[in-house]
Design a protein. Structure first.
Length: 767
């Protein structure tokens, strides 16, 4: 293939580019911003991190990103001077520029590499890359290797995915490429080398690199031969989770994605130098990555920078999903890595999204240690309101970047998950079986303002010393080694909360005779379950609290109540006026061990209509809904009732309160943060050398009616108490959004301060 270097990229130009990149690491950044307020540039200052960043590779010091995802018409009228001014005004440090794949935005020498229709010999990729490098910006060349047009398919039909009937897999007028064929192994590496030789980017990113997902098996000759070579079996004819060939195909498919990741990194580094990286693209949505055979844990350990294609919320996951996924990603990949996230300013493609909607997704991302990445579709925008959503926040981010990277979360609660639980236990219903319980638990912690971190089940031993409590929300598929890691944690005095079918299945989703952790739960599975067959459905059932409320609580009497209410366990705090809470979900019937304490029991379903029939047929049972106990100083709670899943779907306050009570009881007095005041506030606490950084995000407006939100409604005042770790004095407070400093009140190892009001977010720095 012809990879001759283009003329304008002269030696003098390349030397100039290197000078600009060196200067970018020490150039002053203008500061001053609060929330959505626009402001003029203030006196430039030099952030503390700048001197340190001079020795870091570009992908560890590029904190603010931007992308104009070009379309075929852009070569006719792309206004490069205007966009260069936009880069400067927004303090953007890195840009993603379309290179090749489906379309080439440079004059590729490869005859099948389709040129953008109106490119007409122009080198738009090269022009923009040279402009960005001249301005001191890093450049990712954007690729898309997931499909191609008919001429390519006609030339190499054996490079494309084939369905079970022998026909090609298609997406509109394009043909889907096969990840096991020469297109991925030979052609794309050729294109990567050509782009590097043409106008070298700093790296490559690709949002369709992982090929087809689990729902579209390929039966091309390459897949058939490679699969047989890998294990001596033919490709499975259909989906069957119990078929050894189907199981092998899943494991083989995961391995292939890792091979592609490694191949493309070897290719770009060999052609462009050790820092010319290939970093694909991921999503914080683990369900999507399961369907695409992306082993997130392994990929994140390989990635030099984590490029996230996760542009906005939906009504199901809410803004808080962004902070939660950011923390989980960093926990896997490392807190020293950057994780820029493509954040849409539009909705749909050309109309501007409401600024409050853009802002809330962005601030939640930053609260989870995600880096902002503005994203516009097309170089020309008739709805100019998109641009107002970027500059103010980026100016604030530039002024406060030291507080937003290279930090560790402060949390004593770890919520355990694994991708294999989604894959092998969740199978075709992973959202309901495995992800909804995890999401319900974490949303209950958010609502209770309890800091937590997601912990991969493979990392329990590695992270155990950080936590006083591990929560296992329906972690059903768990390996023997993971079981032993949980045992070691509890053996050292760590507390445990588990729900649902946790440990009832092995790592392939095969059922065990009983919970592998039955002795810790102080409960054994009887083999029976109560509730709807589909976990997403709801039945008319309840959970009874013990002991009963007495006659001292006002209300009509049946004559069976005790004279006075007896004290209840701390887990039931706040339920002093009721004997029942609504349930409606799935409950595994268990037999509690001698000495275990049962705090909730099942009230089975009974009619709701007509009202004359709506009375409890079986008001009391001995079927446990919650079993608690202590072992060697560790507090342990097991919930056979899927309260976590119910909270995710129903958002019932009683369920959230019960889960929060359980966590506070099991964690004892180790929770390091208290926030008192009105509103739904997401609290994310971090530690840096000599200081704490607390993100407070106001979600109060986000759940009203439905998205998108139209305006932000301030809440406050808030009283914040933070436990001071060793080495942090807590003598000075800086509020980076509202501005101002204060002296916190310190008492008994805690620092207390007030936040008068929060509109979208506040970042409090305590030194």
């Amino acid at each position: 293939m012809d990879t001759e270097k283009k003329g304008p990229a002269s030696k003098r130009h390349r030397e100039s580019r290197r000078d600009f990149l060196r200067m970018a690491a020490v150039s002053p950044l203008a500061v001053s911003l609060g929330g959505l307020r626009s402001s003029e540039a203030s006196t430039p200052v030099l952030p503390d991190s700048v001197a340190q960043n001079t020795v870091l590779p570009w992908y560890r010091r590029t904190y603010r990103w931007g992308q104009t995802n070009m379309n075929e018409l852009d070569p006719l009228h792309y206004d490069i001077p205007w966009w260069r001014g936009y880069w400067k005004r927004t303090r953007t440090q890195g840009v993603i520029i379309n290179g090749g794949g489906i379309y080439a935005f440079y004059p590729s020498k490869h005859p099948l590499h389709r040129q953008a229709e109106f490119l007409q010999g122009r080198d738009l990729y090269g022009d923009l890359t040279r402009a960005a490098h001249a301005d001191g910006l890093a450049v990712f060349a954007r690729m898309d290797c997931g499909s191609a047009f008919e001429p390519f398919y006609r030339a190499h039909p054996d490079w494309f995915a084939v369905n079970a009937e022998g026909g090609p897999h298609r997406s509109g007028n394009r043909y889907i490429t096969c990840i096991n064929g020469p297109y991925y192994d030979e052609y794309i590496p050729e294109i990567l080398r050509e782009i590097i030789a043409w106008e070298k980017p700093d790296g490559f990113t690709d949002n369709h690199w992982e090929g087809q997902g689990r729902g579209s098996m390929c039966y091309c000759g390459n897949c058939k031969s490679r699969f047989r070579q890998s294990g001596g079996r033919d490709l499975p004819a259909r989906k069957n989770w119990d078929d050894p060939a189907y199981r092998q195909w899943i494991e083989w498919s995961y391995k292939r994605r890792l091979e592609i990741w490694d191949l493309y990194n070897r290719t770009t580094k060999a052609a462009g130098g050790p820092d010319c990286i290939w970093s694909g693209m991921l999503s914080g949505n683990f369900l999507g990555e399961v369907n695409g055979f992306v082993d997130v844990k392994e990929i994140l350990q390989r990635a030099d920078i984590i490029m996230l294609d996760q542009q906005s919320r939906n009504d199901e996951r809410g803004f808080q999903f962004n902070a939660e996924s950011g923390k989980r990603i960093h926990e896997l990949g490392g807190w020293d890595k950057l994780a820029p996230e493509s954040q849409a300013t539009y909705g749909p493609r050309k109309a501007a999204k409401p600024i409050p909607e853009v802002q809330m997704w962005r601030v939640e991302g930053v609260a989870g240690s995600i880096q902002p990445w503005w994203h516009h579709v097309g170089g020309h925008q008739e709805d100019r309101r998109q641009f107002r959503a970027v500059e103010p926040f980026y100016r604030w981010h530039a002024a406060n970047q030291d507080y937003l990277v290279n930090r560790q979360p402060v949390a004593t609660v770890g919520v355990v998950y694994s991708q294999r639980n989604l894959e092998w236990y969740g199978r075709d219903n992973a959202d309901e079986l495995a992800w909804a319980p995890y999401s319900g638990m974490t949303e209950a912690l958010l609502r209770a303002r309890i800091p937590y971190v997601g912990v991969h089940a493979d990392h329990i031993d590695r992270e155990a010393d950080r936590f006083s409590l591990l929560v296992l929300p329906n972690l059903a598929a768990i390996s023997d080694s993971q079981v032993e890691a949980v045992r070691r944690f509890v053996g050292k005095g760590g507390s445990l909360i588990a729900t649902g079918e946790t440990s009832l299945y092995d790592e392939y989703g095969d059922r065990r005779p009983d919970f592998a952790l039955a002795d810790l739960f102080a409960a054994s599975y009887t083999g029976k379950r109560h509730g709807p067959e589909n976990p997403a459905s709801v039945q008319h059932s309840y959970l009874r609290l013990t002991p009963d409320v007495g006659q001292d609580v006002d209300g009509p009497r049946s004559g069976e109540e005790p004279a006075r209410s007896a004290p209840r366990h701390a887990v039931l705090r706040g339920f002093e006026e009721t004997n029942i809470i609504t349930f409606g979900g799935v409950l595994l019937e268990v037999k509690p061990a001698p000495g275990a304490t049962v705090l909730l029991t099942l009230v089975p379903e009974f009619p709701t209509l007509p009202p004359e029939d709506s009375w409890m047929r079986v008001p009391r049972t001995e079927i446990p809904g919650l079993v608690i106990g202590e072992q060697n100083g560790a507090r342990i709670a097991y919930l056979p009732a899927d309260i976590d899943r119910r909270f995710k779907h129903g958002n019932i306050p009683d369920h959230g309160d019960l889960l929060a009570n359980l966590v506070r009881w099991a964690a004892r007095d180790s929770i390091p943060l208290e926030v008192q005041g009105p509103g739904l506030i997401d609290c994310n606490l971090y530690r840096q050398q000599g200081r704490l950084v607390l993100h407070l995000v106001n979600l109060t407006s986000a759940g009203t009616w439905r998205g998108p939100i139209h305006e932000l409604v301030p809440v406050g005042p808030l009283t914040v108490r933070v436990k001071l770790p060793e080495g942090i004095r807590g003598q000075r407070l800086l509020l980076t959004v509202s501005g101002g400093t204060a002296t916190p009140v310190r008492r008994n190892g805690w620092a207390q301060f007030e936040v008068n009001s929060i509109t979208d977010h506040e970042v409090a720095v305590l030194e």
